[in-house]
Write a protein that binds this ligand. Structure first.
Ligand code: SF4
Length: 233
């Protein structure tokens, strides 16, 4: 629908702006020179190991019921913020992105060998990469939608404080079916590989204005090391 692909290969390059507000940047500034060298090495390793892919699905929005957005196929997403920003959307775009299993396996291997700093920096680098790759994908998709005269909301997703129920991760998972890119889901709603994330964006016209990113709506943004809200002290 709307000319969007079902499958996207993601770009894992990191631009300066991708790390300037991320945990990576804070860690880098407060580390010793030998730790910085190791961080750079782990960032390169993460980029080499990442197999960044995404699958998407667009579903018509049937309506809003309280704090739920009701989608086709009788499924609903429960988030007051999603209702506020995408309640009048005509469709919902659901996306699941992953970096694949190789980074998780290498982190485990480093931990097994007692190389805790390597494991930690590789893990953080993976988080920066999946978030940046997802942002880039959203920019690309928004461009495709703009060319058709359509708008999209900022991406929102379960697992952040503004989204009431992590169980919605399973709803998105079942609707998108990312098993084709090797993503599975645990009973808890957590997806594997660990560097995987889900996003929901409303698509339509005349959508309400919103902040630049979802962190501005998050109650823990002052404490979260991954926050991209710029009102931090
Ligand atoms: S501050 Fe941003 S990254 Fe951190 S939990 Fe909230 S929404 Fe997620």
């Amino acid at each position: 629908m709307y000319g969007l692909n079902h499958y996207y290969k993601l770009n894992v390059e990191l631009a300066e702006r991708d790390i300037s507000t991320a945990r990576w940047d804070t860690l880098f500034k407060t580390s010793t020179s030998s730790s910085r060298a190791l961080m750079k090495e782990m960032l390169r390793e993460a980029q080499l190991l990442a197999r960044a892919e995404a699958v998407c699905r667009v579903l018509p929005v049937l309506g809003v019921s309280g704090n739920k957005i009701v989608l086709e196929e009788g499924r609903a997403l429960t988030s007051s913020l999603l209702v506020r920003l995408a309640g009048n959307a005509r469709s919902m775009l659901l996306i699941i992105c992953t970096l694949g299993h190789t980074i998780d396996k290498r982190v485990e291997e480093y931990n097994r060998r007692g190389l805790a700093a390597r494991a930690y920096f590789l893990d953080v680098a993976g988080t920066c990469i999946i978030e940046a790759a997802a942002r880039r994908l959203v920019e690309e998709i928004k461009g495709q939608l703009r060319a058709r005269g359509l708008e999209a909301t900022i991406p929102l997703g379960p697992g952040h404080s503004y989204w009431e129920n992590l169980k919605d991760q399973r709803v998105i998972y079942e609707l998108v079916n990312p098993s084709t890119i090797g993503v599975s889901i645990l009973e808890s709603g957590i997806m594997l590989p660990r560097k995987s994330l889900s996003m929901a964006l409303g698509i339509g016209r005349g959508l309400p204005p919103s902040a630049e990113n979802h962190c501005y709506y998050c109650s823990i943004r002052q404490k979260c090391p991954l926050s991209r809200a710029r009102d931090l002290p």
